[in-house]
Design a protein. Structure first.
Length: 289
């Protein structure tokens, strides 16, 4: 069965949220509606809907005009077995001593690498994106420098690939948290698949707002591979939860956003250690002075 997308952009969060709510009342109704800020500093928001029937073009045109949005771009998506597609397209990834792979590539794991199994159906956080790859490379660099972290947290953990990498190289348990309960379920499944039960504890939390995270602080290392806005919002909490001399690895940033985030963390006592750039994406390693 073909599916359809309808996408537009407009200025302002309030208008975008209102347009998203109005789209939910369309007939035929969308199976899902998303409202996202475009992270390029333009102030634009993207609103999109997915449909299993062709959407009403006239109704979409009226909505765009009513909310002062760009005309909707409507596309028909071909039927695709996405898991099979991902398996074909996502080859294993090497990041220093780490090797990220799907079960279909289990026979390709080198003996001299640390294996991290992430299934193709859970593609976000597989290591192929420049942000996850940058974080793994940053961790690999710290290990080469002799860093040993006893208290580690992965905030906004997604698949928990970064938490699992840390659990493989250091003996103490790692905390992995995400605001999304579905992501936490995925993280737990990955922890089990990698035989790391008891080594990585997965929590549902917004930032550091969890009793277990408070109790484990101060941290020696915190990963946060999210987005610029949430990273800046987290900066004061990072200052409170990362110990003196502790490190943070931050990503989810476009290259042009890195300085803004670095300045926000400088205000909380963090100084730059390294800046990785991979295909337009940045990963920052900072130390709390």
């Amino acid at each position: 069965m073909p599916t359809f997308t309808a996408l537009t952009s407009l200025t302002g969060e309030t208008q975008a949220e209102a347009l998203g709510e109005a789209m939910e009342r369309l007939r035929p109704e969308p199976t899902g509606v998303g409202v996202f800020e475009i992270e390029d500093g333009s102030g634009l928001w993207e609103v999109g809907g997915y449909f299993v029937e062709a959407p009403d073009h006239a109704a979409l045109a009226l909505l765009a005009a009513a909310f002062d949005a760009q005309p909707f771009a409507v596309s028909e998506l071909p039927e695709t077995d996405w898991v099979a597609h991902v398996r074909r397209e996502l080859a294993p990834v090497e990041a220093g001593r780490f090797f990220v792979y799907g079960s279909h590539d289990a026979d390709r794991v080198p003996e001299d690498r640390i294996p991290l199994l992430i299934e193709a159906a859970m593609a976000f956080g597989t290591g192929h994106h420049g942000t996850t790859l940058g974080c793994l490379r940053a961790l690999d660099r710290l290990l080469d420098a002799g860093v040993h972290a006893r208290r580690v947290a992965d905030i906004g953990c997604g698949t928990a690939v970064l938490a699992m990498a840390a659990a493989h190289v250091w003996p103490d348990p790692v905390l992995a948290s995400d605001i999304d309960e579905v992501a936490v379920d995925v993280a737990r499944a990955n922890v089990t698949a990698n035989g790391l039960e008891g080594r990585v504890r997965c929590l549902t939390a917004t930032g550091f707002e969890h009793a277990d995270l408070h109790a484990a602080a101060p941290f020696d290392l915190v990963f946060a591979n999210i987005l610029m806005g949430p990273l800046i919002g987290l900066a004061p909490d990072m200052g409170r939860h990362v110990g003196q001399g502790g490190l943070v690895i931050l990503s989810g940033l476009l290259n042009e956003q890195a300085d803004t985030v670095s300045q926000a963390y400088a205000g909380e006592g963090f100084s730059p250690v390294h800046h990785d750039r991979i295909e337009g994406w940045s990963t920052l390693t900072l130390r709390r002075d």
